[in-house]
Write a protein that binds this ligand. Structure first.
Ligand SMILES: *[C@@H]1O[C@H](CO)[C@@H](O)[C@H](O)[C@H]1NC(C)=O
Ligand SMILES: *[C@@H]1O[C@H](CO)[C@@H](O)[C@H](O)[C@H]1NC(C)=O
Ligand SMILES: *[C@@H]1O[C@H](CO)[C@@H](O)[C@H](O)[C@H]1NC(C)=O
Ligand SMILES: *[C@@H]1O[C@H](CO)[C@@H](O)[C@H](O)[C@H]1NC(C)=O
Ligand SMILES: *[C@@H]1O[C@H](CO)[C@@H](O)[C@H](O)[C@H]1NC(C)=O
Ligand SMILES: *[C@@H]1O[C@H](CO)[C@@H](O)[C@H](O)[C@H]1NC(C)=O
Ligand SMILES: *[C@@H]1O[C@H](CO)[C@@H](O)[C@H](O)[C@H]1NC(C)=O
Ligand SMILES: *[C@@H]1O[C@H](CO)[C@@H](O)[C@H](O)[C@H]1NC(C)=O
Ligand SMILES: *[C@@H]1O[C@H](CO)[C@@H](O)[C@H](O)[C@H]1NC(C)=O
Ligand SMILES: *[C@@H]1O[C@H](CO)[C@@H](O)[C@H](O)[C@H]1NC(C)=O
Ligand SMILES: *[C@@H]1O[C@H](CO)[C@@H](O)[C@H](O)[C@H]1NC(C)=O
Length: 537
């Protein structure tokens, strides 16, 4: 132990590259910790202020984090079957370890290590890992999955669990101490990965920060294709060209923004608004930015729940997401996240085309759940009984994953674990008015609280909420305080800036996010752009 410490300090002091056999940041030293199915591909000491990543070779995450705190950076290869393996990256801070571990997630069907979110976690002092989930591809390329059930399983859950298990063994070896607490942070597919892991492996994490989870894979992917088809083909009379989406968005704001009590351009209570798209009908006096009756019906179809045999197949798009419709509804074919899943996971048939889509696809997906991606068992009581906490959030203006799917998750877990009233003790759900998918806002809504992917959308070296690094403004710090001090999260103050991705432009608005089913209500006095003027009720 003593020799270890001295060598460790010497290597830090000299900043020597850690390739000698005695350094803790070396393949030889760390390999001792690994099971036979794992091999360290590279071990490198990065000094303070440095950068690490794989650049363009990491197709979905080509941007390396910068100005890192000093770290040992590993890439590890793990074999899961004769035809599958995954890699993961691990940062272990050399001088600033906060004695905690974190896994961060991916997005879409991304096959790559999320170095940027790892960089954000490292800045707090976490030992932090991310996996490529077992393949090498962009977010929307799913061809790797064709006829490859083993790779599908790595993506579904094996890579996240295996990464977490093996990374903790490396942490133990490197620091000669196990992490005091373990966290997870991810959004979209990243959100799915964390909660999917926790119900099957309740010991992996103490706290989950879960954004806009793609948890209902067997429904979400078919819904993605089916939603695109609602607006296709582009020659059909009901087709709405993407140039009209901003007109529809503006009309939704006109009708539905005031319903929540404050006219600020942000739709905060979409479910209480009876949006009437027929106000956009073309008339003799106005035939420019307007809709035909068939197009009005398309708007209504997009907002409507997808119902099969009288039951909910997947929720519709919320009022307020229209300015982000382009992702699912703006192309000449449906989004590949839907079609690619049906071709490469579900049917293993690359010749299938979206014009063959029927509701039977949903029934087939339900029965197969290729890759075991879906959360089909809501009973998270083993995780809860371990002291685990979940902070779930979802943008109310999400145009990629219908926000209501998080309500279904929340309700499903509540039903399976003792009812809504018991949820407050361990699982809280925050809707984020005006936020799109995981990050960003089209309506200057406060959207930033250091959730997954958020730091990366401000820069490559961002720590927490610039200027507000505390548990009131930073959802990860709030989660840690809940897990470690039992301080329940009653609100999280979200922030946006004059330029919504540039903190140096000055704070524009801050507002509390509220635990479901409460909503932020303006007190009636005081600056509407100040969080102090709002109460959760
Ligand atoms: C991923 O595949 C591309 C080729 O499509 C290659 O250039 C790149 O190096 C690969 N990345 C990794 C991390 O293996
Ligand atoms: C790099 O991060 C350190 C804190 O770790 C900070 O003091 C310094 O200002 C940062 N440098 C730049 C160029 O942002
Ligand atoms: C990882 O291990 C597999 C064997 O399971 C091997 O085929 C593959 O080349 C290795 N990958 C790297 C990047 O070393
Ligand atoms: C690697 O091997 C260990 C020991 O046999 C096993 O417990 C673990 O599940 C394996 N990990 C993966 C990701 O297959
Ligand atoms: C025409 O209708 C659109 C949509 O309601 C509206 O945005 C636009 O201002 C109207 N133009 C005129 C000249 O009234
Ligand atoms: C693949 O899909 C195409 C198009 O639907 C169909 O003609 C073909 O029979 C399918 N192939 C198999 C093996 O099912
Ligand atoms: C709807 O009902 C039909 C007829 O009973 C059945 O074949 C189909 O699988 C059902 N669809 C779903 C998605 O359950
Ligand atoms: C996938 O899920 C099915 C059905 O729940 C289960 O039988 C199977 O064992 C799972 N596969 C793996 C590798 O966990
Ligand atoms: C939860 O239970 C309620 C009451 O029985 C039911 O209406 C609702 O559909 C259930 N929700 C889910 C997601 O299971
Ligand atoms: C727990 O509470 C103590 C005392 O208030 C505080 O110093 C510490 O930062 C809290 N821990 C976390 C993880 O928030
Ligand atoms: C907002 O800030 C971002 C990031 O600093 C910058 O790229 C962008 O150009 C800015 N937008 C405007 C409208 O100034």
């Amino acid at each position: 132990m003593k020799a270890f410490t001295i060598l460790f300090l010497v290597s830090l002091a000299t900043g020597a590259s850690c390739s000698n056999t005695t350094s803790p940041c070396s393949i030889d030293y760390l390999n001792n910790a690994l099971p036979l199915n794992a091999t360290i591909i590279s071990a490198q000491s990065v000094s303070a202020g440095g950068s690490f990543g794989e650049g363009a070779a990491d197709i979905p995450f080509p941007t390396n984090p910068t100005n890192l705190t000093a770290t040992c950076a590993l890439i590890v290869n793990v074999t899961t079957s004769d035809s599958s393996f995954f890699r993961f990256g691990l940062f272990m801070p050399t001088t600033t370890w906060n004695e905690r571990y974190m896994t961060v997630g991916n997005g879409g069907f991304a096959g790559g290590i999320n170095w940027l979110d790892m960089g954000a976690g490292l800045q707090y002092g976490f030992a932090v890992a991310s996996t490529d989930t077992g393949h090498n591809s962009s977010i929307s390329d799913l061809t790797w999955a064709l006829d490859n059930p083993e790779k599908q399983l790595d993506f579904g859950f094996r890579a996240i669990h295996g990464t977490t298990e093996i990374a903790k063994q490396l942490v133990q070896q490197f620091y000669n101490a196990s992490p005091k607490f373990s966290y997870y942070s991810g959004c979209s597919t990243g959100g799915r990965q964390g909660i999917r892991d926790a119900y099957q492996f309740p010991d992996d994490f103490d706290g989950l920060l879960v954004g806009a989870p793609a948890w209902w894979t067997v429904r979400l992917q078919p819904w993605t294709t089916r939603t695109g088809l609602l607006n296709l083909p582009a020659t059909a009379p009901n087709h709405i060209g993407p140039e009209l989406f901003s007109t529809i968005a503006a009309e939704a704001i006109r009708q539905c923004d005031p319903v929540d009590g404050v006219t600020d351009g942000i739709i905060s209570s979409p479910d209480t608004c009876n949006f009437d798209a027929s106000t956009l009908l073309c008339s003799l006096s106005n035939s420019t930015a307007c809709l035909t009756a068939e197009q009005v019906q398309t708007v209504n179809n997009i907002h409507a729940d997808y119902v099969i045999n009288g039951t909910l197949a997947f929720p519709g798009m919320k009022i307020g997401a229209e300015s982000l419709w382009v992702v699912l509804l703006g192309g000449s074919s449906p989004n590949p996240l839907g079609d690619g899943y049906i071709q490469n996971f579900l049917l293993n048939n690359a010749s299938w085309t979206a014009d063959e889509y029927t509701d039977d696809i949903v029934a087939l997906a339900d029965s197969r759940d290729p890759g075991n991606c879906t959360i089909d068992n809501f009973d998270m009581s083993p995780f809860r009984d371990n002291g685990g906490k979940v902070l779930l959030y979802h943008g109310l203006a999400d145009g990629l994953i219908a926000t209501g799917s998080s309500n279904v998750l929340y309700e499903g877990v509540a039903n399976a674990t003792g009812g809504i009233d018991s949820m407050d003790n361990w699982f809280r759900f925050f809707l984020v008015p005006g936020m799109g998918h995981c990050t960003a806002t089209a309506v200057d809504a406060p959207w930033y609280f250091a959730g997954a992917n958020q730091q990366a959308s401000l820069g490559t070296d961002i720590l927490s909420v610039p200027g507000f690094m505390d548990a009131k403004h930073d959802a990860l710090l709030a989660l840690m305080d809940w897990v470690e001090n039992d301080t329940a999260i009653d609100t999280i103050i979200a922030t946006t800036w004059e330029n919504s991705t540039d903190p140096s432009s000055g704070v524009k608005r801050q507002r509390p996010l509220c635990p479901f089913p409460t909503e932020a209500k303006y007190d009636g006095t005081g600056d509407v752009n100040s969080a102090d003027s709002w109460t959760c009720a």
